[in-house]
Ligand binder design. Structure first.
Ligand code: DAT
Ligand code: MG
Length: 141
């Protein structure tokens, strides 16, 4: 298996709740390498590019508002099968359904519905990872 890269976001709720260290600890103790890391408040352009697949869905306006509401941390992580592996660490999209032991299952809950605040993003395929790394870290693209 060759090493993959994935794009991880520690979303504004993770930063606001002081969970950066806890989430990065899980990523690192799993054995993944951090290749790049940056904290900043996302621009509207970054968010519309990142979430293009969800444009037009009922939750899209709330999602973009939540993601732009404060600083987030963008990370490129590397390792064998890291794309699927980080999504396993993250758990199901809905934190109520996410299994205990996962980031979302242990650390998130339904909070301010209808927006699902679930602490982290992880790319869902090699194609998404390449596209998303290009959005957040154009210098690595
Ligand atoms: P994931 O982040 O697990 O890949 P996704 O790509 O389907 O999930 O959706 C992106 C984000 O949008 C997700 O993390 C939380 C939010 N979201 C998804 N489905 C939603 C819904 N039905 N209602 C509210 N927010 C939703
Ligand atoms: Mg997704």
């Amino acid at each position: 298996m060759t090493a993959q890269r994935t794009l991880v976001l520690l979303k504004p709720d993770a930063v606001q709740r002081g969970l950066r260290g806890e989430i990065i600890r899980r990523l690192e103790t799993k054995g993944y390498e951090i290749v790049a890391l940056a904290q900043r408040t996302a621009t509207a352009e970054e968010l519309s590019a990142h979430y293009a697949e969800h444009e037009g869905k009922p939750f899209y306006p709330g999602l973009v508002e939540y993601m732009g509401a404060g600083p987030l941390v963008a990370i490129v992580a590397e390792g064998d099968s890291v794309i699927a592996g980080f999504r396993s660490l993250a758990g199901a999209t809905n934190p109520t359904e996410a299994a205990p032991g996962t980031i979302r299952g242990d650390l998130a809950r339904e909070w301010d519905l209808p927006v699902i605040q679930n602490l982290v993003h992880g790319s869902d395929s090699e194609e998404s990872a390449a596209r998303e790394i290009g959005i957040w870290f154009p210098e690595l693209g």
